[in-house]
Design a binder for this molecule. Structure first.
Ligand SMILES: O=P(O)(O)O[C@H]1O[C@H](CO)[C@@H](O)[C@H]1O
Ligand SMILES: O=c1cc[nH]c(=O)[nH]1
Length: 260
């Protein structure tokens, strides 16, 4: 196990015990999503919040699923994944928001088949030559559910960066110019979206021996910096929860059947 309270056998930062987590986990950034996604689960148990890290476990299609909110950025996202792994979770899906690159439009879903490792955290799990790849079987399951969702979706390579205002979203002046340069690279490499966690989560999961992927709503246009409106986001988020929960529950069930 990772560093835990030896006496209570509780994960250090997320404050969960082994019997409080499911076989699959969804990782969200915004803690406010925990209450909203819990409405899509039954037999819900909210775990005590620690350091702003909020976790809930509930049932979806007969499978116990844990949803943890990590906040923002790769270092804390991998801490949460690592602790859940130590508690026995082997299937992970990050869901949330990503900056979109055409042809994705605001409100579309973007599925990561892999990610450019432009963040620093994944280097602590594996050298840069190691690819950040999503789990093929999990993405097959996701593709099936996405196909039935009715929402437009795209699959491809994400770019994952540490510097929100220096690499992804320009406020003004010089940083804006630098970001435009980066966006040309994004276009040249054919990335479908950018975020701050995916490549680190994919590498960490793969090295630890777990399955992982990312499915996000495109919420910011990388070129115009236009943002999705709140009403459209609320609808997209509910659909994202449905696709994500059905997919991870089905995948975790299949995985359990294979390993048991
Ligand atoms: O998916 P959510 O939680 O919205 O997170 C995204 O938004 C934050 C930055 O805007 C980063 O954490 C990024 O990955
Ligand atoms: O601009 C954005 C929007 C969502 N997620 C990001 O990482 N960046």
């Amino acid at each position: 196990m990772t560093k835990q309270d030896e006496k209570t056998n509780t994960a250090w930062y997320i404050g969960a015990k082994r019997d409080q987590v499911g076989s699959g986990a969804i990782l969200v950034g915004d803690p406010a999503r925990i209450g909203r996604i819990a409405e899509h689960l039954t037999d819900v148990e909210f775990l005590p919040e620690n350091r702003g890290l909020r976790t809930v476990t509930g049932t979806r299609n007969g499978q116990r699923i844990t949803v943890s909110a990590f906040g923002m950025g790769a270092p804390i996202a991998t801490i949460v994944l690592h602790e859940l792994f130590a508690l026995g979770v082997r299937s992970f899906l990050r869901i949330g928001t990503a900056m979109a690159v055409p042809p994705a439009k605001l409100g579309d879903f973007v599925l990561a088949d892999g990610a450019l490792r432009a963040e620093g955290t994944s280097n602590t799990y594996a050298p840069l030559g190691f690819p950040a790849m999503a789990d093929f079987e999990l993405n097959t399951t996701l593709r099936q559910h996405l196909g039935r969702s009715g929402r437009t979706w795209h699959a491809g390579i994400y770019g994952t960066y540490d510097g929100f205002y220096t690499e992804m979203f320009g406020l003004s002046g010089q940083s804006r110019a630098m970001i435009d340069t980066l966006k040309q690279d994004i276009q040249r490499l054919g990335l479908i979206g950018t975020d701050m966690e995916t490549s680190a989560l994919l590498v960490a999961a793969r090295v630890l021996g777990a399955s992982a992927s990312t499915l996000c709503v495109a919420t910011v246009d990388a070129f115009s910096q236009e943002k999705i409106d709140d009403a459209a986001m609320a609808v997209a988020e509910r659909e994202l929860f449905e696709v994500a929960l059905d997919s991870i529950a089905e995948f975790a069930t299949k995985k359990n059947e294979v390993t048991s």
